[in-house]
Design a protein around this ligand. Structure first.
Ligand code: DGJ
Length: 543
């Protein structure tokens, strides 16, 4: 009973081997550089030498200032996040041409260490939500330095040109400086990832129609792209000849991704932290026509183009603000690929939205992070919590309170493909998880005694369960407002489930420490989870 449980983690040895083989350990006294590893089509973010899960929270856009950071730190504490995602603004970082001011970066590093959390820095450079509003004022005053793109009607569009060499050069210089500064100022790797730009692309036009863009559009599609897409046979064809009705959008995606890829590569050459680009999404199910969503960004239909154009970008990450389950899941399935780790860098932190955290983990996500956690009460128009006070962050904290103590284990289980999840739906209060020899029967709603009663569901569909399969008949289970039971998957076997032992406990120092055994009312009708953070180790047998 008191024997600490250590899961058999084959992958740990693998990760240690990868880390040393790649010489990623820094000099003595420094921690190894955060990096991504991939195996069998799954991914892990390695931080301090082991898989790490970004249980993140992102600040509002204009919060990375000394005056507003106290509210950010307090929100991080209330949300119980282990990582703060926070912008670094070009206009703040290079207030005068060639003069860089890293003071805010240093303040963020210090604050994160004090609060014992990690940082993901968001480079608000050339693009922020398709526009270039974060360019320093000295650049905005020199229009030649930051040309805008031209729409089909010949009018300027509020979006920077991906064809401007001067803009690219200026962004490279600044981003390189940011990464150089991080390398020097952060030997402990408090910052574990950097986002390059923010939702790059363009709204209100599918592409740039300026003379320079028109010329490129009429030129042959780069062989590099054709090769990456397996379309070498089309060499010599222009964009329209090769891509037909997709030509405008694909051309813009290539142009934006080439620009961002060069910024990323320059920064990475200074300091090779994992880099990602976030994307404003298109509807993943109706797949509407180009022009109705941000064009040129890493939408699901151009991921291959982005991969070919920007190899220095490690991860293409969806900002998921969709509140219906089918779309949320579809997006995660489209972005979690053997060549792309699933990372949800922005999402909804509402009570219903936070149930998708478990669904992300079951898909092997390396991180999941609600947006706009500080300054709640901004009103319904802004993303992020709409109520005032820390209580607004409770839905996020409910997940993170359970996950934080076993974050390393969950990250490892995700990497090994051991995780399964169910999330409540109004029309699916009863769900089944396939677990090899076993099935987990999950029902949502207030705990009840007795079998055979139809599950009532919760007033709002907020229930969720996360199951890690550690062995054929051994599981770690946590849930919220639901009941979990197990049955033998093959009914013809005639065998029935027996709970050999159900232990409630917690993870400490990499080991599961049981605190009590559940039995009697706690197991006779299945395992009932209320709102308390509970983790169960379940060992099953049959009779
Ligand atoms: C997505 C962007 O990436 C964020 O910076 C923010 O603008 C949200 N949309 C909306 O609040």
């Amino acid at each position: 009973m008191n024997r600490p449980f250590r899961p058999a983690l084959d992958g740990v040895a693998f990760i240690a081997a990868v880390a040393s083989a790649c010489c990623l350990c820094a000099q003595a006294g420094e921690s190894p550089l955060p990096h991504l590893v991939s195996k069998d089509g799954r991914h892990a973010l390695i931080v301090d030498g082991a898989p790490f899960l970004i249980l993140g929270a992102q600040s509002h856009n204009s919060s990375a200032w000394p005056a507003t950071l106290p509210a950010v730190w307090s929100a991080i504490e209330a949300a119980q996040a282990n990582t703060l995602e926070v912008p670094v603004y070009w206009e703040q970082f290079e207030p005068e041409q060639g003069r860089f001011d890293p003071a805010i970066v240093d303040q963020l590093l210090l604050g994160a260490r004090e609060h014992k959390v990690r940082l993901v820095l968001l480079w608000f450079g050339t693009w922020k939500n398709g526009s270039s509003h974060y360019l320093p004022m000295w650049m905005k005053r020199q229009t030649g330095l930051c040309p805008l793109i031209i729409g089909k009607d010949g009018r300027r569009v509020d979006s920077p040109s991906p064809h401007s060499a001067a803009l690219l050069e200026a962004d490279i210089r600044a981003f390189r400086e940011l990464m150089r500064h991080l390398r020097e100022a952060d030997p402990r790797h408090t910052a574990i990832m950097v986002q390059v730009e923010n939702e790059p692309g363009s709204w209100n036009t599918v592409r740039d129609y300026s003379p320079v863009a028109q010329k490129l559009f009429a030129a042959p599609v780069p062989v590099e792209l054709l090769t990456a897409l397996g379309r070498e046979g089309r060499a010599g064809g222009d964009w329209t000849a090769v891509f037909g009705s997709d030509a405008d959008e694909f051309f813009h995606a290539w142009s934006v991704a080439r620009f961002v890829g060069q910024v990323a590569a320059a920064g990475k050459a200074e300091y090779p932290l994992p880099l990602y680009v976030n994307a404003a999404l298109r509807d993943p199910i109706s797949r509407p026509a180009a022009g109705s969503y941000e064009s040129g960004g890493a939408t699901d239909n151009v991921l291959d183009i982005w991969k070919a154009a920007a190899p220095a970008v490690d991860v293409l990450a969806p900002d998921i603000y969709m509140s219906d389950t089918a779309r949320y899941m579809r997006v995660m399935d489209l972005y979690g690929r053997p060549d792309n780790a699933l990372l949800v860098p922005e999402t909804i932190g509402s009570a219903a939205g936070t149930r998708y955290c478990y669904a992300a983990l079951a898909r092997g996500a390396i991180g999941w992070s609600p947006f706009g956690v500080d300054s709640p009460g901004r009103g319904a128009g802004a993303a992020g919590p709409t109520q005032a006070g820390d209580a607004a962050l409770d839905p996020i904290a409910i997940n993170f309170r359970v996950l934080n103590p076993m974050m390393r284990e969950v990250a490892q289980w995700g990497f090994e493909g051991r995780l399964h999840a169910a999330v409540e739906e109004r029309d699916a209060r009863q769900q089944t998880l396939a677990l090899g020899r076993w099935q987990a029967a999950v029902t949502f709603g207030p705990p009840t005694f007795g079998f055979g009663k139809a599950p009532k569901g919760n007033p709002d569909p907020v229930g969720r369960v996360l199951v890690a399969q550690l062995g054929e008949s051994e599981f770690m289970v946590t849930g919220y407002l639901c009941r979990v039971d197990f049955k033998v998957a093959d009914p013809a076997s005639g065998s029935q489930r027996e709970f050999l032992r159900v232990e409630e406990g917690s993870f400490e120092g990499g080991a599961f420490r049981p605190a009590r055994i559940w039995n009697g009312d706690e197991t006779d009708w299945g395992l009932n989870f209320g709102s308390a953070p509970q983790v169960l180790r379940v060992q099953l047998g049959t009779f």
